[in-house]
Design a protein around this ligand. Structure first.
Ligand SMILES: [Zn+2]
Length: 109
């Protein structure tokens, strides 16, 4: 049975969270896409991320780590080189255009 884990600010955030959960081995579902697509007047905050309740605790922990900046502790928000949009440090891709963070993967320092 699915439980709602997170109410996203917009569809792209929901998909970023789903991607993060899936990279942690947690199956996640984004709901609200039908509302968000094609009907410009409807609120985009209708989308949310759902997980099976058997994985809910794991998903919650993964989400908490994401929001607390771990493993990006101390990171600051960054500006997309493609569209100029500001993204939160926990995201390795631009929420607006999907462009990669300039330093993504380059954890050499
Ligand atoms: Zn962008």
């Amino acid at each position: 049975m699915l439980k709602r884990l997170y109410a996203a600010r917009h569809l792209t955030e929901a998909h970023l969270i789903r991607g993060h959960l899936e990279s942690c081995g947690i199956a996640a579902t984004v709901r609200g896409e039908a509302l968000a697509g094609g009907f410009g007047e409807l609120p985009l905050d209708a989308c949310s991320v759902w997980v099976d309740d058997s994985q809910f605790d794991d998903a919650e922990a993964a989400l908490r780590a994401l929001h607390h900046g771990d493993p990006f502790s101390g990171a600051s928000s960054w500006i997309c080189a493609s569209c100029g949009e500001r993204s939160e440090p926990q995201f390795s891709a631009c929420w607006r255009c999907g462009g990669e963070r300039p330093d993504a993967g380059g954890q050499t320092a």
